[in-house]
Ligand binder design. Sequence first.
Ligand code: KG4
Ligand code: ZN
Length: 336
Amino acid sequence: MRVLGVETSCDDTSVALYDSEGGVAENLVSSQVELHDVFGGVVPELASRAHLVNLLPLVDALLKRQELELTDLDGVAVTRGPGLIGALLVGLSTAKAVAMAADLPLVGVHHLEGHILANALTADMELPALVLVVSGGHTELIHMPEIGRYERLGGTLDDAAGEAFDKTAKLLSLPYPGGPHIDRLAVDGDPGRYDFPRPLIHDPRLVFSFSGLKTAVRLAIQDLPRPLVDRDVADVCRGVQDAIVDVLCRRLFRAAGDRGVRAVYLAGGVAANSALRTRVSTDAQRRGLHCVLPERVFCTDNAAMIACAGFHHLSHGRRDGLDLDSFARSPLTSWR
Ligand code: KG4
Ligand code: ZN
């Protein structure tokens, strides 16, 4: 089965082709990072307009590279939310038009399910599993007994993990999005210099909070001499990354232990973080839990993960109509 995926929930325009025989045949991403960088964050109206300009040429490019016609496809999968409504609507209208023109089945996919199923792009997932979804807008612990069944066990009470990275980066005058820059700079940072708080670490609930950490980081940066020097920037990056990775991992493995799962997975943009990947792999191995991490390109927003999720919906006979709507917020729910 060949499924076309369309993802436009935030600031990446992406189309992909997932083939149930051979996996990801194509994954094209047009990034808007330069467009939004001067504003220090995503400007929703600019994002929608850029999707409008970029999306159809990307679909054309994909078909040309694969030497396919629309009628060679077996279905269209599109992100319906959560995300920026205007941005989502561009993807949704385009996916509907393609489905209608070529008489293909259409399925709407929850963005977080896409991130989770990025793990299925490399190898079959070992289930039941505990998945830590960490992106720019979400920090959630999801129990997953099988594909299509999701139970949210907990999440953040305020900022998402990606936001904590991005806000620290902004305070250090690093480009947007800050996560990858902190990842790179933290390598040279002194782990002993800053001991930032691990908020709610002793709380028995499966919750996270990153707003207190943000305040501690802001105060630490305020105390530094100006202009900021590379050593100080690297030390702050190392301190904040260590704190975020520590709280994420402790909660993930506590939840995994409580539920007695066979595997743990990471999902979302922050899953590209080197320190998080190393710590999760090591801890999983020590506890005898299966853990294969998604490739970095499939951690940040991409349409391959949406096409893969769409394939699972379609193969279970799920379809949406042309009245499929978008949503800005909505929890991930089971469809099986
Ligand atoms: O999943 P994603 O591409 O978009 C959302 O759905 O939000 O995640 C974007 C987030 C941003 O906050 C970005 O800074 C963060 O993922 N991120 C990283 C890394 N790469 C992306 N954070 C830490 N380390 C990274 N290497
Ligand atoms: Zn995302």
